[in-house]
Design a protein around this ligand. Structure first.
Ligand code: ISL
Ligand code: CA
Length: 615
């Protein structure tokens, strides 16, 4: 479909396009405004030029032009919008699976040096099997100088020394497969370490073909554009000796690859095939939606930069060749191996996600979308209480509109985020109930659950006492930046709220973790682990919880009641999303209680109940 929006088009016309839908939703989310606002007929009927006039303080003409260009550039429409194009859900192993994310550095330390390793992972395979998970996603285990804990890869075909050897990896793969556990690797190919051979050659050998593997630019006296790096400052490094600039969207040691160069794509695809030939079952693809950048790398729009707190995003979060490059990787690597892919796609909304994961498109199997992780108007570094009413609305919207040809990922945590339990409430007395509630939702909503290590232990955030206890490059850099404008204690408070270190402390079962200062120690909660085991088994035993229909029964304030059903049975799940007890909404005629063992007259704070009946 050709989109030909102009400033004469209406807000509704814009909102009806996939990109317009997602961008407007994202802008409102950043501004802390409910998306419902757009569904108001008066707003919807306004011309864009009128809206532009009303919002001229926030958004300049260039913003609207950039948006219209982005919308008009996407000619595809999601298949579920075409009558008759999508049938029923196609069953696959990864729709039925529960996937467990391991952050190897802090998971299990076999040799007692305080750093998790591959032998450690091997030693926990029986535990993981018993938990009931089907696949393990390993955060990067490749050779790396660890500026960003392995997300800065120096050699894609070598194992990080601290984690072990390639023999250890082969052993892990064999042992995992012997237990029926699949292994999903982390694919970090938006960038490499500056210590990668390609970058070193590109930087130091002017005639090398690797000069075009990255975004090198000659000396013009200042940064080639105004883009920001996510881990602080400008996105450009200057190399005085070579008189060259080079682009990095993340840390100063994570250099962006130039995907427009076919040799880059061929080398990356070779590498993927090398791992797939070894027998790994798939990849989680790091910031994979960032790989295609607007040609010429133009400056980022000012309004977008201010709104998103980073400049330049609109030039790479959904770049001009993204679909083409993903399709190429799919055709040349994933498809021939029948391998699984999940893309990490920050900034991608519901409709863009459909164009990335629609089964007819041959790009990705699933994506991680992140707009569920903070309540609208908040960022990770704010100290606030996350409102689960927002999660209900967000997840319901996706489940109702994502279509049978797309499949969702369900997660609250990963190695980049503080624990969701702690976001919802800082009250330690509430933690167990919240962990249970999150687990019940995760295993009974529609999609593939991704458990992050420690979720199943009921882990919460750590009470870090000083910046010296943090090691994440993002936290360290941001803290230094904040010190220029805030007193030290305030700067630390901000960093402490959002630091990725909350999810990266050595897990409690390690000997070395027991030696940590008391405020960095937690005990696994066996009640939560037991509940994870039970819920995973429940989900497995009842296809209605996997492929069944989802229907919202009540979404009023603090209430989330939904139904999952297929021809043979019906489940109803009722959740109290709030810290106050309340009367149940669901009347359980003909249903039996599956969880918990008994149901009182009141729903307790954050209580969740699962009911079931045969059809
Ligand atoms: O894009 C962001 C800000 O809006 C980031 O939050 C981004 O989503 C995130 O940092 C991307 O994460 C992944 O790539 C990073 C790495 O540090 C993370 O650990 C990884 O999950 C760079 O490789
Ligand atoms: Ca170790």
């Amino acid at each position: 479909m050709k989109q030909d929006l102009t400033m004469e088009s209406t807000v509704r016309e814009l909102y009806e396009t996939p990109i317009g839908h997602d961008v407007l939703a994202k802008v409102l989310l950043q501004m802390g405004i409910a998306e419902k606002w757009l569904q108001n007929p008066i707003i919807g009927g306004r011309k864009l030029k009128t809206l532009a006039k009303l919002t001229q303080k926030q958004f300049d003409a260039a913003f609207w032009q950039a948006l219209i260009d982005l919308v008009n550039a996407e000619t595809a429409i999601p298949a579920d919008r075409i009558a008759g194009a999508v049938g029923g859900i196609r069953p696959t192993w990864w729709k039925e699976a529960v996937i467990y994310q391991i952050y190897p550095r802090s998971f299990a330390d076999a040799n007692g040096d305080g750093i998790g390793d591959l032998k450690g992972i091997c030693s926990k395979l029986d535990y993981l099997k018993d938990l009931g998970v089907d696949a393990l996603w390993l955060s990067p285990v490749y050779d790396s100088p660890n500026d960003d804990n392995g997300y800065d890869i120096r050699d894609y075909r070598k194992i990080m020394t601290e984690f072990g050897t390639m023999e250890d990896f082969d052993e892990l793969l064999k042992e995992a497969h012997a237990r029926g556990l699949r292994i999903i690797m982390d694919l970090v190919v938006n960038h490499t370490s500056d210590e990668h051979e390609w970058f070193q050659k590109g930087l130091n050998e002017p005639d090398s073909k690797y000069r075009d593997y990255y975004f090198f630019r000659g000396d013009t006296g200042k940064e080639p554009n105004n883009w920001s790096a996510f881990f602080g400052g400008t996105a450009w490094n200057y190399y005085p000796e070579q008189k060259l600039w080079a682009l990095h969207l993340f840390s100063k040691k994570q250099m962006d690859l130039n995907w427009d160069n076919p040799d880059v794509r061929a080398d990356v695809i070779d590498m993927i095939n090398w791992w797939l030939d070894k027998g790994v079952d798939g990849f989680r693809m790091d910031v994979i939606n960032y790989i295609s950048k607007t040609p010429g790398l133009p400056d980022g729009n000012d309004a977008i930069g201010k709104l998103m707190l980073f400049y330049g995003i609109e030039h790479y979060f959904y770049g001009p060749h993204l679909h083409e490059y993903l399709h190429e990787i799919h055709e040349k690597a994933f498809k021939p191996h029948g391998a699984f892919s999940v893309g990490e796609t920050p900034g991608v909304g519901r409709e863009m996600a459909k164009l990335l994961t629609g089964e007819e498109r041959g790009e990705l199997d699933m994506v991680f979308s992140f707009d569920q992780l903070e309540t609208p108007g908040h960022i990770r570094f704010d100290d606030y209480e996350y409102d689960l009413n927002y999660y209900r609305d967000y997840i319901t919207d996706w489940m109702e509109h994502y279509g049978n040809n797309c499949w969702m990922s369900l997660f609250y945590n990963n190695h980049d985020n503080p624990r969701m339990v702690s976001k919802v409430s800082k009250d330690p007395a509430a933690a167990q109930a919240i962990a249970k509630l999150l687990a019940v939702m995760q295993f009974t909503l529609k999609g593939t659950p991704f458990v992050f290590q420690g979720d199943e232990m009921g882990l919460v955030n750590y009470d870090f006492r000083s910046i010296d206890e943090l090691s994440d490059v993002e936290s360290v850099n941001r803290y230094a930046e904040l010190l220029e404008v805030r007193p030290a204690d305030e700067a630390f408070r901000i960093i402490k709220s959002g630091t990725r270190d909350h999810s990266r402390v050595l897990l409690p079962w390690n000997e070395r973790a027991k030696a940590l200062p008391e405020h960095l120690r937690q005990s696994p909660d066996p009640v939560i682990t037991d509940l994870y085991r039970k819920l995973i088994r429940l989900r497995k035993a009842h296809p209605a919880l996997i492929y069944g229909r989802f229907e919202l029964l009540s979404g009023k304030k603090n209430v989330f009641v939904y139904r999952r059903s297929d021809a043979s049975e019906t489940f109803v799940i009722e959740c109290n999303l709030h810290k106050k007890p309340r009367k149940p909404v669901f009347t359980e005629n003909g249903y039996t209680l599956v969880y918990p063992i008994t149901a009182g007259a009141q729903m307790q704070p954050y209580e969740a109940r699962i009911w079931r009946k045969l059809n």
